[in-house]
Design a protein around this ligand. Sequence first.
Ligand code: ADP
Length: 332
Amino acid sequence: MTRIEIITADITHLNVDAIVNAANRSLLGGGGVDGAIHRSAGHELLKACQLLGGCNTGDAKITPGFRLPSKFIIHTVGPVWQGGRYHEKGLLASCYQQSLRLATENGIKTIAFPNISTGVYGFPKREAASIAIESVQSYLKTHPEIERVIFCCFDDENFEIYNKLNYSTISIERVQSEKEVQLVADLAYTIWNEHYVQIIGQDQVNYMVTNFQSAEAMSKQIQTEGYEYYIIRHLSEPSGYISTKLTGDELFLSKFYVIKEKRGTGIGKEGLKFICERARTLGANSIKLTVNKYNTNSIKAYEKMGFINFGSVVADIGEGYVMDDFVMKLDL
Ligand code: ADP
């Protein structure tokens, strides 16, 4: 599941472990979100902040949440936008990094950020959002202890920018070179071990990965069996893959996999859109897939995408292994 959520709300209302305040260097309150937080948290917050001795731009400090529903407030000081030549981007990234570092140190699992620096401080909203998403994504990769990060937007424009960015960070490209085939093989290894061991057992996973999803096996499918492979990247990182084969007027969706940490980033939706477009381009009028009967999560996900159950199939894949699958279909 995704650990990033984008919402519009008043951040002072959120029931999370910590909210982040876009403060100024004095930490003694101000306008915008800072003012709202001080008003809601009460006078004790000001007293606590007076003991902190201010805060440098790009750094962060922590206080209790006092009268807020959130347990903590992390105060960070965003850069004032001065045209981009004064390390504003690095300083903004640092606000997110330092806030998350404090979250980890204080056992905070859920945290909400406002759109730091995009109010009075004048940071261009799109650039700020992209820095925010990238900094948080990169931190989350090595910090499983943070369960949820909320980007709490206050205006519709920011909300739209964040949502669009979260999606446009996905790219899907046809696998061409040997290097890309190897990348997909590595992804296949990760995904099959993450996901299928519980369903079909380690032995069969090893068998599948070696015989059907090794770089060699996939090259053969591409060169001689009419398969197309696509690599899905999220924020430039290899995150999943798609494999299809056209048979008559039906596109067989052989593989559509996403690594665990990238689920819920919008890849499912974008991937399906891509597959439908590809199917139409090739003149197909339906998409068919097979899915293991015990793979309930994937079945549910396909149902949500509009696929319907179309029967079942048991296939002998050699060495005593069988695939016990449902057939699912989506009409275009
Ligand atoms: P900065 O000085 O860092 O630009 P501002 O408080 O002026 O800080 O603005 C930061 C962002 O916080 C802006 O996008 C603004 O719309 C938003 N904001 C203002 N009040 C709230 C609130 N109560 N909850 C969430 N976000 C808010």
